[in-house]
Design a protein. Structure first.
Length: 134
């Protein structure tokens, strides 16, 4: 009977360790993507050789985008990864911050390390009074 309880406790302990390890790995995956404000983003990309990526559609981008932002639509981002430098920081923007988060996750899976998602996206950018260009 003691052996039976020892076996059951061992199984529970092992299962708990496995779950904790899996959760920790997932947490680490998310920590590489930094969430920043439009103010922080503007300061970071102004005057620097930053990779500033707008993941909106070509039509949305043509309607007005942040200066220096290059258009890499989300649905084609994986095909265009070779055009980006994995060793340089990448700042991603979309309309509200949701698609750029998905783009950031694509970059993260591809091995990029310094990834910044701009919270609020282009809506927050224009709301802050920052310039756009067409």
């Amino acid at each position: 009977m003691t052996l039976f309880f020892t076996l059951i406790l061992s199984i529970f302990a092992f299962s708990a360790c496995q779950t904790a390890s899996t959760e920790k790995a997932s947490d680490n995956l998310q920590t590489d993507i930094k969430q920043i404000s439009v103010e922080q983003a503007k300061q970071s990309v102004d005057g620097k050789d930053a990779q500033f990526i707008d993941v909106r559609t070509t039509e949305e981008y043509a309607g007005g985008h942040a200066p220096k932002a290059a258009n890499f639509p989300l649905d084609a981002l994986e095909k265009d990864l070779a055009k980006l430098d994995k060793d340089k920081p990448v700042y991603l923007i979309c309309q509200t911050g949701r698609r750029s988060q998905k783009g950031a996750e694509i970059l993260q899976k591809a091995g990029f390390k310094n990834i910044y998602n701009i919270q609020g996206g282009t809506s927050a950018w224009t709301g802050a009074g920052f310039p756009t260009e067409k």
